[in-house]
Structure formats: structure tokens, C-alpha cells
Ligand binder design. Structure first.
Ligand SMILES: *Cc1c(COP(=O)(O)O)cnc(C)c1O
Length: 240
């Protein structure tokens, strides 16, 4: 069999991580970006905590999860790794929101006013002791998108709500490229929305975009935080 340029799945975690890091560096360079300003979050959903520990040993400090129960359990199991940052990237129920502050460094999926309100630290609440969490406003890049995100015309209101509270440090915007659309055009729209957010809060200049299949396009359109799963972890274990 000839080489296809992709990393065969029998290669180990270290090889896949190195291959993705090299691709990210190359894509950043060709987009005229400095690789040191890009954070690669390894999305470890469905994989055991032991895999996150292996990634940590390989130098990874940013892990992403999309379910509260699973994230909480892994964070507890790995609490001996204090500089490991957990990024919550999935849809978050309002009644779980405050608990997520206990382990999450960043929440990438702020997609509605009620969630922002639920995350706000209530006086006298244990979770209010949690440190300030970094937040990204998740934007829906198509009207039919069911994967979460606020519609573009409601972004400003959500941003204002985050800024009015005191539990979330607004970092920027997040999106998932819609299925069936060229990710370049989708991420170009996200870049424009990011500019609108920066007009309100100049410090909220991060863009969380780009997954295993589209991070090159995301880097071209200004992504600062890539969320990469399978290209590094291999296929996710089957879930029942
Ligand atoms: C699973 C997931 C990713 C990673 O997807 P891959 O295609 O495995 O790289 C990124 N972002 C979100 C929101 C996810 O749920």
C-alpha cells in the first residue's frame, strides 16, 4: 500500500499528536500566523481518563470534554495534574452549569442568556468559591444548526449579559462548521462576528474553531483555539 499522507490508525498516540502538531504549525505558517499563539485543545470525550494522563505525559495541558458527568469524573480522577486545563465544549444544561465551574477552566458553549445567568455565582453558594471561568460565546453558523449556538443577530445581547455578570471572563467566540458547507466560508462569517464582539470588548479576541477535519480552514480565518479529537486520540470508543 502506498502512503496516503494520513497517519495510519495503528500508529500510537504520540505519533498522532506529533503529526497533528506538525500540521498545525504548517497550516499556521502558511496562514502567516505564529504557531505559539495557537492553543490546541485535545478533545478526549468518550476516552478514559488514562488516555488524558498519557496525553499529559506527552505535554498536553488542554483537554476538551462535551458532557458534564464525564468531564467531572475525569477531572476528579486527574486532580493530581493541577496545570491540566479542562475546556467544556458541549451543550451545557443550566442546572449543571454552576457545578461545571468547579473543574472547567473554560466554557466554550455559552449559547443562551439562561445559561449565562445560571453560571453567575450566587452569593452563599459553594460553587461561588470557584474561580472565574473563561467563556466563549458559541455562534450558530447556519439557521438549521442543531449543535448549539446563538444566532448571529443575538450575539451582542449575549455578550452584554456575560459582561454584566462577574463570574465569567469573556474570551471570544466559538463555532462548529455546519455540515455541507465549505468550512472556509463558514469560518469567515465567524471572523466577522468576532470583530463585532471585539467592538464591544476588545479583550474578547479569541476564536475557538477548527476540529480534526477543518482546522486548516479555521487557522486561515483566525482561529486561536483548535478543538481536535479523533485526529489525535484515534477513533472514539463505541458508546452503547
Ligand atoms: C467532538 C468535538 C470536537 C472534536 O471533533 P473531532 O472531529 O474528533 O476532531 C470539537 N468540538 C466539539 C464541540 C466537539 O463536540
Amino acid at each position: 500500500m502506498g502512503s496516503t499522507g494520513t497517519v495510519p490508525s495503528e500508529h500510537g498516540l504520540a505519533d498522532r499528536l506529533a503529526a497533528v502538531s506538525a500540521s498545525v504549525a504548517e497550516a499556521a505558517a502558511s496562514a502567516g500566523r505564529d504557531a505559539s499563539e495557537i492553543t490546541t485543545i485535545v478533545v478526549t470525550k468518550f476516552h478514559p481518563a488514562s488516555l488524558v494522563r498519557e496525553l499529559y505525559a506527552l505535554g498536553v495541558r488542554d483537554a476538551g470534554e462535551n458532557r458534564h458527568q464525564e468531564a467531572r469524573a475525569k477531572a476528579a480522577e486527574l486532580d493530581d495534574l493541577p496545570d491540566l486545563r479542562w475546556h467544556f465544549v458541549g451543550q451545557l444544561q443550566s442546572n449543571k452549569a454552576r457545578q461545571s465551574r468547579r473543574y472547567a477552566h473554560s466554557i466554550h458553549s455559552l449559547d443562551r442568556l439562561s445559561l449565562v445567568d445560571a453560571l453567575a455565582a450566587a452569593p452563599g453558594d459553594d460553587d461561588a468559591q470557584a474561580s472565574i471561568v473563561d467563556g466563549f460565546v458559541q455562534v450558530a453558523l447556519s439557521e438549521s444548526d442543531t449543535r448549539g449556538g446563538v444566532q448571529p443577530d443575538a450575539v451582542e445581547a449575549l455578550v452584554e449579559r456575560v459582561l454584566a455578570g462577574d463570574g465569567i471572563r469573556l474570551r471570544g467566540v466559538m463555532a462548529v462548521a455546519p455540515l455541507g458547507e465549505d468550512p472556509h466560508t463558514a469560518f469567515a462569517r465567524l471572523r466577522v462576528i468576532s470583530e463585532r464582539v471585539r467592538a464591544i470588548d476588545p479583550g474578547a479576541d479569541r476564536i475557538s474553531a477548527g476540529m480534526s477535519g477543518d482546522f486548516t480552514a479555521a487557522l486561515k480565518e483566525g482561529a486561536t483555539h483548535l478543538r481536535i479529537g479523533t485526529a489525535i486520540t484515534g477513533n472514539r470508543p463505541a458508546t452503547g
